[in-house]
Design a protein around this ligand. Sequence first.
Ligand code: G3H
Length: 548
Amino acid sequence: MDKLNENQNTGIDLSKLFPEESEIPNEYNFTETIEQKEYLINGKIESWDTSFQDVYSPVCIKSNEGLNPKRLGKYPLLTEKESLEALDAAVKCYDHGRGVWPTMTVKDRITCMELFVSRIKVKRSEVVKILMWEIGKNLEDSEKEFDRTIEYINDTIEEVKKLDRESSRFQIHQGIIAQIRRGPLGVVLCMGPFNYPLNETFCTLIPALIMGNTVIIKPPKKGVLLYRPLLAAFRDCFPNGVVNVVYGEGAITSGTLMKSGKIDVLAFIGSSAVANELKKLHPYPHRLRSVLGLESKNPAIILPDADLELTVKECLLGSLSFNGQRCTALKMIFVHSKIKDEFIKLFSAAVDQIKYGMPWEKGILNTPLPDILKVQYMEELVNDAVSKGAKVINKNGAHLQSTFFFPTIVFPVNDSMRIYHEEQFGPVIPILEYDNIETPINYMVNSPYGQQASIFGTNSQTIAKLIDPLINQVCRININSQCQRSPDNYPFCGRKNSAEGTLSVFDALRVFSIRTLVAAKKNELNEKILSSIIHDRQSNFLRTDYIF
Ligand code: G3H
């Protein structure tokens, strides 16, 4: 590491970072491994006894043999056969839109969902502990992820009631009476990411379900075990075949499902490379709707009049929350040359002072990364930048120990470096100095990504002038605030390689459904028929009642 960080000898000592087993507080320890055999198909929890994937924590344990990632358990590696069984169950349950679930009243679907929330709420501590150990997310953020998910389900229930109320009226245009509602699309393959394995999966799963689709969940490679405590709730709260959960290699499980041509919606949060592979496997791409959350390289643009205290605070959170492993993280900082020295001084001091450690420790910002490969990737990016003229700016930067990589600021960055182009998705913070505002603007115009940006400054006119050219490059501009997805009521989307479709409590209901209508020429016969259907409540679709 010497060549990466000239301050190597003055930096921190990480040799005592990882605990011995006996040093882990009892209440937080993962005392019993999860040897998972279960998977869920057609309302039945099946048992698997063939091949398994071992699961290791980002947290290493110190022993006489050195530092080793703690083993947390295993999960089934299902084959094409079980994937097709899950597909069969979802297809049969949807039954061309004639199944129990897609034709059920919205009110009854809400009842199932309410039961589901009450069942999973009691699993909070179990799920939070698994999240913390399996992906290394700190305790507070793991709790936040769980609570935010429950809130998302409750908000979705309220939003679906609102949508239903708004659709409960007839329209008359040009002599045609119509009632317009939103109907389901079919079978949804739901795949979330490792960094928000619960929340981001549920942000597509819940709206997909409540709109009447049937679903196959394929949990991410990491962040898998937390689904096990939820399997029984999926089984008990929804009709058989509505929710199916398969585990295993993506190429085998998801690949088989996509090749079948029977997936109607691909809900995937991950990389555009994998999304492309999956989409290409579908034999009828025109019939596939995709809802994708992909990579990004969100920039911070720091103007010469920025409030530095606030800017440093937001850039720190923006680039380092959950080790920078958020699609919304700030992944490139442009700072004006006039305040570059002051910003770098304050920012690197703040980065060096972050609290780091084990996920259960109070107030921790940075924790170990998922595996050694991720640490190696961070090193590669820093090494590459240093070999092309950048320096590691902060004293503790580029220090590492096993799966832990201390947040590292590299400066000055230019377009010859990998970090300028690649989504680091980790604790490396590239800084680029600019004189002309066209520099960050051009970066965004030429970027393959288009999710969000943050502007830091105090002059409203300057900021206004920047908003106009930038708002068509990304989907959200944050003023003096880090980039983020929340609150979940706001649209979350992206341009170019960053996303397809829009997610929010409101938008997701629309993305997982299609507008459908019943129409009739306005005449005596049709008016009589429509009135009878409404009056005698003969249809689940054509009705005017309200869900309060
Ligand atoms: O990884 C992407 C997440 O959706 C980010 O969500 O900005 O609320 O942390 P967040």
